[in-house]
Design a protein around this ligand. Structure first.
Ligand SMILES: [Zn+2]
Length: 112
């Protein structure tokens, strides 16, 4: 396995990722998700492989913002099951240890 490269257009790729749209690769083709790692600092890192070059890229998925945490807390407070603030109703948050995590983001949005 070679080096993992950085992408330049992070904002656009994140948008496509959250919307479950095809993500364009910098080399043509598109980026296929290989896996998500959750980091110690709350950020997660997605590892992608380019469909045409097989180069690997990483994309940092930023940790939950204060606004996102509040939104999730409010849903829990109302007695409902929270969805991922970025992925929407298709992604339920699941309990991992003491955290509520979106498995697609690898990001924790609440603590219980
Ligand atoms: Zn998510």
């Amino acid at each position: 396995m070679g080096d993992v490269l950085q992408v330049d257009n992070k904002k656009q790729l994140l948008k496509q990722y959250y919307a479950a749209q095809r993500m364009d690769s910098p080399n043509g083709g598109y980026l296929m998700l290989l896996g998500i790692r959750s980091g110690e600092d709350g950020n997660a890192v997605g590892i992608f492989e380019c469909s045409s070059s097989s180069l690997r890229y990483e994309l940092v998925i930023p940790k939950a913002t204060r606004t996102e945490r509040k939104k999730v807390r409010d849903v829990i407070g109302a007695g409902d099951d929270p969805d991922c603030p970025r992925h929407g109703p298709s992604a339920r948050l699941i309990r991992v240890g003491r955290n509520l995590v979106c498995t697609d983001c690898g990001v924790a949005y609440a603590r219980t």
